[in-house]
Design a protein around this ligand. Structure first.
Ligand SMILES: C[S@@+](CC[C@H](N)C(=O)[O-])C[C@H]1O[C@@H](n2cnc3c(N)ncnc32)[C@H](O)[C@@H]1O
Length: 287
C-alpha cells in the first residue's frame, strides 16, 4: 500500500514534468518563491482587507502539493479513524459520496481513500465532489488519482465560491453527500464573511439541505481565530451533534508516513514538507 508521501512524490514528478519556466525563472526558483508567498499569505488569513489567495499557477500548485498534500490528507485520515464507527455508519453499505469543500488539490480525498483502504471500503463506488473556486486544481487531482490506478472512484468538480453569496455553487447536487469535509478551507474564507455573511449563509444552506446522518468533518488551524466561527455556524445548530472533538493536535502525520520520501524535492526547494502544526478537529453529525 502506498503512503501519502509515496503518492505525493508521484504527483510532484508528474507536475514537475509538465512545468515550464516562466519569464526566464527556473521552475525551482518559482516554486521556492511561491512557498514563501504562501507562508506570508497564511499568516494574515483574518485580514479583511486581503485578496483571496491565488492558487491558479502551476508553481503555486507544486508548492502547495509539496508542502501540504500528504500531511493534510493524513490528518483527515486520522480524524476519520478517531470516529471510525460513526464514519462507517454514515457511509452505509452502498455507494459513498464525499463532498470536499475547498478540496483543492485532493488532500481530503487522499485522506478518505486512506481510510477506505484500511477499512475495507476501497472496492466500493466512491464519488468525490470537489467544491472549490479554483478550477486549475484539476491538474493536481488528475495526477493524484492516477496514483490509485484502476478504481471505482469517480470525481467531479463544481465551481463554488463561498465568499460570493447565493447560490455559491453552479449546482447543489452534492448536497446529498454522506460526508462533507472542511480541511483548512474555512480559515481561508472567514475574512470574507464580514461583509454580508456569505460563508455563514453557505454553511446554513449546506447543513439545511444535508440528509440526517451526514457528517461534517472539520480540520483547521488551531487556536481561537477560526474554531469559534465554525462552532457558531455548525455546532450551535439544534440539528447538529458533536461526534469527535480534539484541540491542539500537533503532529499532522502518523508513524506510517515518512517525509524523507520527498527528499529530492526538499533539496531542490530548500524547504521541508509540513508535518507538524497546531490544529483543531471536529466531526459533527446532522440529526
Ligand atoms: C489551504 S487550501 C486547503 C486545501 C485542502 N482542503 C487541504 O486540506 O489541503 C484552501 C482551499 O480552499 C479553496 N478556497 C479558498 N477560498 C475559497 C472560496 N471563497 N470558495 C471556495 N474555495 C475556496 C482554495 O482554492 C484551496 O483549495
Amino acid at each position: 500500500m502506498l503512503t501519502n508521501f509515496d503518492r505525493v512524490l508521484l504527483v510532484l514528478d508528474d507536475l514537475d514534468r509538465q512545468a515550464v519556466e516562466v519569464e526566464g525563472k527556473s521552475v525551482d526558483a518559482s516554486v521556492k518563491s511561491r512557498l514563501n508567498s504562501l507562508s506570508s499569505a497564511y499568516s494574515m488569513l483574518m485580514n479583511v482587507d486581503r485578496s483571496p489567495i491565488d492558487y491558479s499557477s502551476a508553481d503555486t500548485q507544486i508548492a502547495y502539493s509539496f508542502r501540504c498534500l500528504a500531511s493534510h490528507g493524513d490528518l483527515l485520515y486520522r480524524t476519520l479513524s478517531s470516529a471510525k464507527s460513526a464514519v462507517l455508519k454514515a457511509v452505509g453499505g452502498g455507494s459513498i459520496k464525499i463532498a470536499c469543500i475547498g478540496g483543492g488539490p485532493g488532500s481530503d480525498a487522499l485522506g478518505f481513500i486512506k481510510f477506505a483502504e484500511r477499512n475495507g471500503l476501497e472496492k466500493r463506488k466512491i464519488k468525490f465532489v470537489f467544491l472549490d473556486y479554483e478550477a486549475a486544481w484539476k491538474t493536481v487531482r488528475d495526477a493524484l488519482f492516477a496514483t490509485f490506478g484502476e478504481t471505482s472512484y469517480t470525481r467531479k468538480s463544481v465551481k463554488t465560491d463561498l465568499a460570493l453569496g447565493a447560490p455559491w455553487a453552479d449546482s447543489w447536487s452534492f448536497n446529498d453527500a454522506d460526508i462533507f469535509t472542511f480541511s483548512f478551507a474555512l480559515s481561508e474564507v472567514w475574512a470574507f464573511d464580514a461583509a454580508g455573511g456569505s460563508v455563514s449563509k453557505f454553511i446554513d444552506r449546506l447543513i439545511s439541505g444535508a440528509r440526517a446522518g451526514a457528517l461534517f468533518v472539520y480540520v483547521d488551524n488551531g487556536g481561537d481565530a477560526f474554531l469559534p466561527l465554525a462552532e457558531k455556524a455548525i455546532a450551535e445548530r439544534s440539528d447538529i451533534v458533536e461526534v469527535f472533538s480534539e484541540d491542539d493536535t500537533w503532529m499532522l502525520i502518523g508513524g506510517d508516513e515518512e517525509k524523507s520520501t520527498l527528499n529530492k524535492y526538499s533539496a531542490r526547494y530548500d524547504q521541508s514538507p509540513k508535518i507538524t502544526g497546531n490544529v483543531n478537529r471536529r466531526i459533527w453529525k446532522k440529526i
